[in-house]
Write a protein that binds this ligand. Structure first.
Ligand code: URA
Length: 212
């Protein structure tokens, strides 16, 4: 087993038994509210949402409801990728009663899990889905200005691109759906450029070696 997988398995086990904040108690509908990240541990793209909803708690995987299906369609239609190419997780690992937004003390209690997940995966770019995740990384609100722009996060040492949350509530609005389509088209270009930079860095270092 690779070191990465071993690390993530350990982290998942720790997360699944976490009782640090009030969210671990669930509610009358959900007794097991914890949902850890899933996907390709070698992914260059890491996707981060807010926190799991009811459907996710039933399957134990992030974004398997309607929002996840909308996201998968953008991923397939524009980036020509599927879940096997990405790693997907949430800022907060527990479902919250009545699907309310997590309180910031709950988010802070959970922060070390996402930080360690990012350190293990070492993605090239993080897609922050929705205002909550964007604020988490960039300490700014206002998706109108933030969406589709690549920003370096000093805290996490990685580029972050905020996108509108793919919830049906957002994606049924033609303006937000079109903005998200445009953002994915931009993202495809960004990813190609990142790939090119990586390739040219490899050639440069080869050249240096041959000169020694
Ligand atoms: N919305 C989120 O932000 N995360 C999920 O896992 C599901 C829906």
């Amino acid at each position: 087993m690779s070191e990465k997988i071993a690390l993530l398995k350990e982290l998942k086990a720790e997360c699944m038994s976490c009782t640090t904040c009030r969210l671990h108690k669930g509610d009358s509908k959900v007794q097991k509210p914890h949902v850890f990240g899933s996907g390709n541990v070698r992914a260059k793209i890491m996707v981060v949402g807010q926190n799991p909803g009811f459907n996710e708690t039933q399957k134990g995987k992030p974004f398997i409801g309607a929002a996840g299906k909308n996201f998968d369609k953008f991923l397939a239609d524009i980036l020509e990728l599927d879940r096997d190419h990405i790693y997907i997780t949430n800022t907060v690992k527990c479902y919250s009663p009545k699907n309310r937004a997590p309180y910031w003390d709950e988010t802070d209690a959970c922060r070390h899990f996402l930080r360690r997940e990012i350190e293990a995966i070492q993605p090239k770019v993080i897609l922050a889905l929705g205002n909550y995740a964007a604020q988490y990384f960039l300490k700014k609100t206002g998706m109108k200005d933030l969406h589709g722009k690549k920003v370096w996060s000093e805290e996490f040492n990685v580029y972050v691109v905020p996108l509108y949350h793919p919830s049906p509530m957002n994606m049924n609005k033609p303006v937000l759906k079109q903005a998200t389509t445009d953002d994915f088209i931009k993202l495809k270009k960004m990813l190609e450029e990142m790939e090119d930079e990586e390739t040219s860095a490899t050639i440069d270092s080869d050249t240096d070696v041959s000169r020694v």
